[in-house]
Design a protein around this ligand. Structure first.
Ligand SMILES: Cc1ncc(COP(=O)(O)O)c(C=O)c1O
Length: 444
């Protein structure tokens, strides 16, 4: 496609993006009338399908009644109602609404630091993250985040934060076999805490199922139980970044619910806004807030925080999830889709691994299935695959850089929760054609 002149600071300076005019359900349409399946639901952010009148109405109604009030002087009914609903579905006690995932994580790590500060332990302020993780694009979140590709241009600005070994069983960093190890990736948290001193560590932050930084990798059994034990042993707060996994994306309100673990702090974004408004939510238990409460004020002064429109949209989204039994559909279609992808893996030499939970699924591509050798990053396999799929009428999310030395190509799916079995079949059919095209180009 030829590049049009534009004043927009676009993602790709050379590529002329299709111009989307409208959407309905899983479909998007461009100004030439071409249809695309939105296989990655925006940025794995649109839990609800496109073009829902009820969501348009909730935004319009809240905007018409009151669009914004300064939280330092007043509150609104909808903010209270959304917090009550969030309490009911997450089991957390306090909620602070912001504009996205990065901001939610920044607030949550600040809450953790404030917790210890007001407990008289100001040095207990370091955050531990994992390698191959992503928590946002600010300097703070990139510092404890562990996505080498996204960090490299900003290294001189970043703090020297602490990182643990990621639970990446397909390419275990410790050379172990999944299911027969002693969870040394989890134990690396204890090693780091002891190395730096528990009196200096405020919190450990992680994604339950990895996002784009590790292509929907699922941690081995027992990993999170061990992490909870280590956090408890050393008085380290557990922050679960559920920006991508949360709000039903993996089939339960929180992905961590599936492990029977109660976190101290949780961040939500993406799916909790349905795909209709930018929402991020910092959530925590009353125990975490207690010392801050004694001090008197919770002072972050983000202007658009506690936005009534965000609360109205989150509340409506959570109600729709229940009314339409959408988490059940996520589980049913997600496991059907995973089965189909596993079968596709058998048919294609380039598919090395299928990962993920619910409707958050990843496909990893390899040059050699037996050795798991990744493709040369110069071949840009994931980018080319996403482009081939787009040409054929499917949007997917390309991921890269999670294998050795910046290699590793993947595709992630995250369609809306209303997707049907027929739509899954149609989507995967296009995807398989795109894979066949790239394999033919690579003479596989
Ligand atoms: C796990 C995770 N955390 C945080 C973020 C950052 O969220 P946002 O892009 O809304 O700032 C993302 C974004 O993809 C994410 O996947």
């Amino acid at each position: 496609m030829a590049k049009n002149n534009t004043h927009v600071l676009e993602y790709d300076f050379d590529f002329a993006f299709p111009k989307i005019t409208h959407g309905k359900g899983i479909y998007l349409y461009d100004d030439t009338g071409k249809e695309y399946i939105d296989g990655c639901g925006g940025m794995i952010s649109n839990s609800l399908g496109h073009g829902r009148e009820d969501m348009a109405k909730v935004v319009a109604d809240q905007t018409a009644s009151v669009a914004f009030v300064n939280r330092h002087v007043a509150t609104t009914d909808v903010i209270e109602k959304a917090a009550d609903k969030l309490h009911e579905v997450t089991g957390m006690d306090r909620f602070f609404t912001v504009c996205g995932g990065t901001e939610a994580n920044e607030i949550c790590t600040k809450i953790a630091r404030l917790h210890w500060y007001h407990k008289g332990q100001p040095d207990k302020n370091k955050i531990i993250g994992r390698w191959n993780s992503y928590h946002g694009y600010s300097i703070d979140t990139l510092s404890y985040g562990g996505h080498s590709g996204r960090r490299k241009e900003f290294m001189s600005y970043l703090r020297d934060d602490i990182h643990t070994i990621p639970p990446y069983c397909y390419r275990c960093w410790l050379g172990k076999e999944c299911g027969s190890c002693d969870l040394d990736c989890a134990n690396s948290l204890e090693e780091e805490i002891l190395k730096h001193g528990p009196e200096n560590i405020a919190a450990f932050i992680f994604e339950v199922v990895s996002g784009t930084a590790m292509n929907a990798s699922v941690a081995p059994d027992g990993y999170y139980k061990r992490i909870r034990e280590i956090c408890d042993k050393y008085d380290v707060l557990m922050i679960v970044d559920e920006v991508m996994t949360g709000s039903g994306r993996t089939g339960s309100m929180l992905a961590i619910d599936q492990y029977g673990i109660k976190p101290d702090i949780v961040t939500l974004a993406k799916s909790v806004g349905g795909g209709y408004f930018p929402v991020g939510i910092a959530c925590c238990t009353e125990e975490v807030i207690e010392p801050i409460k004694e001090h008197g004020l919770f002072s972050p002064v983000h202007t658009w925080a506690s936005n009534p429109i965000a609360s109205a949209v989150a509340l409506k989204t959570l109600e729709i999830f229940e009314e339409e039994n959408l988490f059940e559909n996520v589980r049913v279609q997600g496991s059907y889709m995973k089965e189909q992808l596993e079968a596709m893996k058998e048919r294609h030499p380039s598919i090395g691994n299928i990962s993920g939970k619910g409707l958050m699924l990843g496909v990893e591509f390899v040059k050699d299935k037996a050795t798991k050798e990744p493709f040369d990053p110069k071949l840009k396999i994931a980018d080319r695959l996403a482009l081939a799929a787009m040409d054929m009428g499917l949007f997917v999310m390309n991921t890269a850089g999670f294998a050795e030395e910046g290699a590793g190509d993947g595709i992630m799916f995250g369609p809306c929760f209303e997707i049907t079995r027929e739509e899954v079949d149609k989507m995967l059919n296009i995807f398989e054609n795109a894979i066949s095209k790239i394999e033919a180009e690579e003479e596989m």
